[in-house]
Design a binder for this molecule. Structure first.
Ligand SMILES: [Ca+2]
Length: 369
């Protein structure tokens, strides 16, 4: 999928410095051409400077939607990037087995104008991750004038594909080394994907398929500021986190607990910045999740931001190393020149910059509204 972009969107892009250099070379070349060929050459120059053809980033989003509101804000960001043509949101995977989680995602897909983004579900049939604190249920059950408040596209959520199967389908269809996975929940699906074997989509096993197709795993997981803290996403499925991070064949960038914890999305923004609409499933979710107004950490949003703005002045990245998870769910990082793991840090200026960025993108109208 390729689209044309205007100059403003281009200036937000991650490789803009490199592209500007390329443009400069093109301008010099075309100007030289124009000086020879006159008016016709100048017309061509305008055409090529203002319209660039860019390939969007292929993204799969893996979420425990419903446990905390930051998943919904992170998903909002992804729709906005999709609006701008900067990403191809290939699929949304649930690592939370809950009746209303896929229905809420269907409501979000429908509201933002992307009803056909495939959803993969987790069917564990046990108590893990099913707890229902839970804004997804409340939004799904909201009614107006005796009818459901939000439109859906799907009706049968039980028959959605299980996440590892959908991962294999989506990965097999993409070019090599082209997919970024953003994991903002438990590692359950990631570990299960690595354990898959050849099927109708690929003759490769899960680990081989990931090594071939995936470029980066951006994960909100772990804690590196304290040596005795089991971060929630790891703690909820310790065995899966141990296995996934030890076996994952590509680079992993961790956004740890301590990073998002100190960058808090303001409840006042949720209350005041959405006058442009009467209904909004993310805003209703935020209001349902806890007593308003509250400022919530932006953990999951930071893993999205890193993928989209890795060269911006938003983060510091650790040295190359290896993350391991112990039996208590505590994460450990050891520097290692051959390691494939990094973790992110921020200073106070970067924290302010990130918060402004989040408010700006989250409060923006989706293209279809
Ligand atoms: Ca989450």
């Amino acid at each position: 999928m390729k689209r044309y972009y205007n100059f403003q969107i281009f200036m937000q892009m991650k490789f803009r410095k490199q592209i500007m250099l390329l443009l400069l070379i093109c301008v010099v070349f075309v100007t030289g051409f124009a000086s020879v060929s006159g008016k016709e050459g100048k017309v061509n120059l305008c055409k090529h400077v203002y319209f660039l053809q860019i390939t969007p980033i292929n993204i799969i989003f893996d979420t425990d939607m419903g446990n905390d509101i930051d998943d919904a804000l992170a998903l909002d960001m992804l729709y906005k990037y999709q609006d701008e043509g900067r990403i191809n949101l290939m699929g949304i995977m649930l690592n939370k087995d809950n009746r209303y989680a896929p229905e809420y995602i269907d409501i979000m897909n429908t509201f933002y104008g992307y009803p056909n983004i495939p959803i993969g579900i987790l069917k564990r049939r046990d108590s893990l991750s099913t707890r229902d604190r839970n804004f997804t249920t409340r939004v799904c059950l909201m009614e107006e004038n005796g009818k459901p408040k939000y439109n859906r596209t799907l009706s049968d959520y039980e028959s959605l594909p299980e996440a590892p199967k959908l991962y294999r389908k989506l990965l097999s269809e993409q070019p090599d080394n082209s997919v970024t996975i953003i994991s903002v929940g438990f590692s359950t699906n990631l570990a299960a994907l690595l354990r898959t074997t050849a099927d109708e989509y690929s003759s490769l096993n899960g680990r081989e398929l990931v090594a071939k197709k995936v470029k980066l795993l951006s994960a909100m997981a772990g804690c590196f500021a304290k040596d005795d803290y089991a971060e929630f996403n790891v703690q909820m499925d310790i065995n899966a986190a141990m296995e996934a991070f030890a076996q994952w064949p590509t680079a992993i960038v961790f956004s740890p607990y301590e990073l998002g914890e100190v960058i808090r999305y303001p409840g006042s923004s949720i209350e005041n910045d959405f006058d442009w609409t009467k209904i909004h499933p993310m805003v209703d979710g935020y209001k349902a999740y806890s007593r308003m107004p509250y400022n919530r950490p932006t953990w999951d949003l930071t893993s999205v931001l890193y993928v989209m703005e890795p060269d911006g002045d938003f983060f510091k990245k650790s040295s190359r190393g290896t993350v391991s998870i112990d039996e208590k769910g505590i994460s450990h990082f050891v520097e290692n020149e051959q390691g494939k793991h990094f973790y992110l840090m921020t200073d106070s200026e970067q924290q302010k910059r990130i918060l402004n960025y989040f408010i700006n993108i989250i409060t923006r109208k989706p293209r279809n509204q």
